[in-house]
Design a protein. Sequence first.
Length: 331
Amino acid sequence: MKKLINDPADYVEEMLDGLCQAHPGLKRVGEDRRAIARAAPIREGKVGVVSGGGSGHLPLFTGYVGEGLLDACAIGNVFEGPTINSCQDAIEAANGGAGVLCLFGNYGGDRMNFEMASEFAAINNIETRTVLGTDDIASAPIDEAHKRRGVAGLIFAYKTAGALAERGGNLDAVEAIARKTGERTRTIGVALSSCQIPGAAAPNFTIADNEIEMGMGIHGEPGIWRRPIRPADELVDEMIAMLLAERPADSERVSILVNSLGSTPFEELFILFRRAKQQLETAGLTVVRPLVGPYVTSMEMGGASISLCFLDDQIEDLLSAPADCPFWRMG
């Protein structure tokens, strides 16, 4: 598989250098320079919001460092979680004296390293809280929702937690809004083709040209079925039906993210969005703040995901608040 790279061993380092050079509002921090932070120092008394994960998913994770979103982010090798040191560096960079929220996907390595980094932070009198993204409905049944993976829906929690922290919310409040946003967000994805890690001898999974897999994870984790490809409207109808099966009883308004996993073009995303909006309105939901584009990718994987964030007044207000990062600007 062709890639525009130099030495695969330098892939992440050169990517992070280019990201910060293209966006001077970001800087690399820490001894191993595997954490990205806002170039401007954090405001004293502000709650910090940090995330972390493996490379290969831009704009997730480091692409959402900026005003009204994340203060810092730890980054690992491609599809590998960040190290304990980079998690510590991100927490320290986001420390304004009011505590730090660690907000990341529900993956074992990420959990372990952020937990240990938080223990070290406590020694330095930095209070931390943790909220996990668990929006992928294909990865576990609803009665085991705590086992679900965090995928594209995580960015809704970035937005609400980041906005409330920017407004001066305390650590309890920022943790609570991140948790509530996550609990009201659901995602389902569909994969058409694989991706290949730089330097690997082969793609990380195979799928036939005439096949599609429902529910595959962003690292190629198995989905819930693999079948011959079908028209877009049929796929969207099934995806929306699965998402609405977990609709909160009080939901009347919803924000939708139709997300490219890497190589799926905008034209196809808008075909998906068109049908999804029709189905949501038929179900009695008003669609607000729609997002369409490559917000959470998996290298050059073909496919898309649909995330629904079931709004209440607080979440909707915070989603509308100003934000400014390399890949998402509001206000």
